[in-house]
Write a protein that binds this ligand. Sequence first.
Ligand SMILES: *[C@@H]1O[C@H](CO)[C@@H](O)[C@H](O)[C@H]1NC(C)=O
Ligand SMILES: *[C@@H]1O[C@H](CO)[C@@H](O)[C@H](O)[C@H]1NC(C)=O
Ligand SMILES: *[C@@H]1O[C@H](CO)[C@@H](O)[C@H](O)[C@H]1NC(C)=O
Ligand SMILES: *[C@@H]1O[C@H](CO)[C@@H](O)[C@H](O)[C@H]1NC(C)=O
Ligand SMILES: *[C@@H]1O[C@H](CO)[C@@H](O)[C@H](O)[C@H]1NC(C)=O
Ligand SMILES: *[C@@H]1O[C@H](CO)[C@@H](O)[C@H](O)[C@H]1NC(C)=O
Ligand SMILES: *[C@@H]1O[C@H](CO)[C@@H](O)[C@H](O)[C@H]1NC(C)=O
Length: 411
Amino acid sequence: MVHMDSYLASPWIFLINMFLSFWIINVHGQTSNFIVTDFGAIADGKTDNSQAFSDAWKKACETEGGRLLVPVGGGSFYVSGAQFKGPCTGQTIFRIDGTIIASDDLTLDDQDYWITFHEVDALTLSGNGFFDGNGASSWSHCAHAPNDSLCIRKQKAPTTIKINYVTNASIRDINLVNSKMFHLHIHESENVIVDNVHITAPEDSPNTDGIHIGDSCNIKIIGSHIATGDDCVSIGEGSTNVNISGVWCGPGHGISIGSLGKYEVEDNVTGITVRNCTLNNTDNGLRIKTWAPSKSANVVSNVTFTDINIYDVENPIIIDQYYCPHNSCSHNGESSVEIKGVKFIGVRGSSASETSVKVECSKSKPCQDIEFSGLDLTYEGQPSTAMCSSADDKFQGSHQVPSTCINLPHP
Ligand SMILES: *[C@@H]1O[C@H](CO)[C@@H](O)[C@H](O)[C@H]1NC(C)=O
Ligand SMILES: *[C@@H]1O[C@H](CO)[C@@H](O)[C@H](O)[C@H]1NC(C)=O
Ligand SMILES: *[C@@H]1O[C@H](CO)[C@@H](O)[C@H](O)[C@H]1NC(C)=O
Ligand SMILES: *[C@@H]1O[C@H](CO)[C@@H](O)[C@H](O)[C@H]1NC(C)=O
Ligand SMILES: *[C@@H]1O[C@H](CO)[C@@H](O)[C@H](O)[C@H]1NC(C)=O
Ligand SMILES: *[C@@H]1O[C@H](CO)[C@@H](O)[C@H](O)[C@H]1NC(C)=O
Ligand SMILES: *[C@@H]1O[C@H](CO)[C@@H](O)[C@H](O)[C@H]1NC(C)=O
């Protein structure tokens, strides 16, 4: 029987594999695989392959179920910059098994994005390959010459991947390393799943956020590993219905909502769930930050953080409505961003500072309905403390650590 089964099964498996991997022929008899090397791409780390990638994308995009393939090339495919535009015909797959590397030419730091997917519906971005932002020269240049015009513009160094006006996308398995700025920016997009993505950059690399979400809804980030020099995940204005779970973060600045209130026109942030995540050796754990004074009066509401493991985190829980990094604003004004309906449930582990919970809300818009339950946060093996100001904080149950909030003087 065993012999029979395997005899019968193997040709089938062979045929199915062949069908799936090699001979995907669409109904019109065209192949739907477009391998970048067939369009002239060379993995020598120096030939600019931007045109070859764009040509391959164009074919994949106009073909129903088209797949752009980046093979393991024996080296890296240098791409100075590329925009992969839709609308496409049906589903489009971008599969990367090799490595794509960005320039280390500082003059190209002028671009905002390195690789952009724009107006694509039903996009799959997958594979075990690497997007290498090649950020080292950019970071060190600016560390040594902060007043260089390039570095003053540093806020605009290229993000590795921008997902822009994209709907129904799945981003799976890929690796993003050493971005010059954010690694993955999801903007004006809807129904996007990020699953099992690995993002790495040195702890001291500036502004290298892992994933930034803004003006987007129905976003899921699951089972991903993020270790960078800035926020692992940052959720900006206009984000609604965002679920983050199974994310491993550290080193970095934690999982953050904000900063908010910096610009005049900003949309609300609502329906954010962060569940079953681990923060190890990060500056912050779970953070909401708004500028003071702020230019907009948007609302952050319906936010739940639950089942969070904390290892040696400086500020495990922090709501900061006096955010103003690098002394870039005057401290004479309040934030008018409203924060209401935030739950911290089951946040456990070790704080690297005595105050594990710090809630510093705006005097003009005090935080409402901030709930804590099942906290267990220690500092050097002892109970840690919580400090709050201008907050309607509710510590549910006396068995948690910390179990009450001490009044914090305003800055
Ligand atoms: C950069 O400019 C600031 C303000 O103009 C100045 O205080 C600082 O010393 C300068 N830094 C360097 C490294 O030149
Ligand atoms: C993408 O999602 C939207 C909203 O859920 C839906 O209306 C649309 O039909 C979807 N497109 C595809 C190709 O599935
Ligand atoms: C996020 O989780 C909530 C509650 O578990 C669910 O209602 C919502 O649909 C989820 N959203 C996404 C984008 O997965
Ligand atoms: C929690 O996340 C980890 C990945 O970090 C995953 O392996 C595990 O299955 C998740 N557990 C639950 C209950 O979702
Ligand atoms: C933000 O939410 C508030 C209160 O729920 C609402 O009044 C306001 O219109 C919302 N703002 C935007 C830009 O949707
Ligand atoms: C809160 O957000 C979740 C999504 O994370 C959503 O399922 C739920 O309906 C929202 N609740 C309210 C009261 O808006
Ligand atoms: C946290 O990260 C450090 C390295 O920064 C590592 O040595 C340690 O094992 C990690 N802790 C956990 C619980 O994974």
